[in-house]
Design a protein around this ligand. Structure first.
Ligand code: AP5
Ligand code: MG
Length: 190
């Protein structure tokens, strides 16, 4: 199985690239942000809870997120592999993911980070905010808070995977096809 974590700051291109990789390698794409937004649009209890955090650009509490992700993995027993996008985002989530996958006799093959400068990421998010309807894309303060959450809570996940020798970085600046090409070249070496 090819299980990959796509890692990177808000706007780094995780969702965009996952769309290409999932067809190329026949993987199931699981984005915790997309799952939360689906719950919000369906007005579920989970959606109501998540919305209060997402609207501010704060992370949703770990256990809620972990439970949702595990349920989503279990919905795909025949999967050839998964692209985890936006998860894990804390060390506790990374540890929970490893423990969960081990129980399913699965493991993470690689965590690949898309790297780009904050100023470029802010530009991308504000541009998308004009049409996405995402409240967290429309306000520089909320975007800044998403970056702070990343620096404080998500950055340690890099060390977690580095210590397992599973962490790789890709230059996330360039055209979308260029970055898909870099990611594919990296995946071929795994
Ligand atoms: P989530 O939905 O995961 O958002 P995010 O990580 O903050 O960032 P994005 O999804 O906006 O970025 P992306 O890297 O996917 O980039 P994209 O491809 O879209 O999370 C939202 C919220 O949900 C969180 O703040 C939190 O509250 C909650 N949440 C989610 N997961 C959680 C977790 N595990 N734990 C706790 N809470 C969680 O690209 C961005 C834009 O740039 C697009 O418009 C795209 O078209 C454009 N673009 C992409 N690539 C390029 C390129 N090469 N050139 C030009 N434009 C590009
Ligand atoms: Mg995304």
């Amino acid at each position: 199985m090819l299980n990959i974590v796509l890692f990177g700051k808000p706007g780094a291109g995780k969702g965009t690239q996952a769309e290409f990789l999932k067809s190329k390698y026949q993987l199931v794409h699981l984005s915790t942000g997309d799952l939360f937004r689906k719950n919000i649009s369906e007005k579920t209890q989970l959606g109501l809870l998540a919305q209060s955090y997402m609207d501010k650009g704060d992370l949703v509490p770990d256990q809620v997120t972990i439970d949702m992700l595990e349920a989503a993995v279990k919905e795909h027993p025949q999967a050839k592999g998964f692209i985890f996008d936006g998860f894990p985002r804390t060390k506790a989530q990374a540890e929970a993911l490893d423990a969960f996958l081990e129980k399913q006799i699965m493991m993470i093959k690689a965590t690949i980070a898309l790297e780009a400068d904050d100023s470029l990421l802010v530009e991308r998010l504000l541009e998308r905010g004009k049409t996405s309807g995402r409240s967290d894309d429309q306000d520089v303060q909320k975007i800044t808070n998403r970056f702070q959450e990343y620096d404080q809570k998500t950055a340690p996940v890099k060390k977690y995977y580095q210590s397992q020798k599973k962490f790789y970085s890709i230059n996330g600046i360039g055209t979308i096809p260029e970055i898909t090409q870099r990611l594919s070249a990296m995946i071929e070496t795994l």
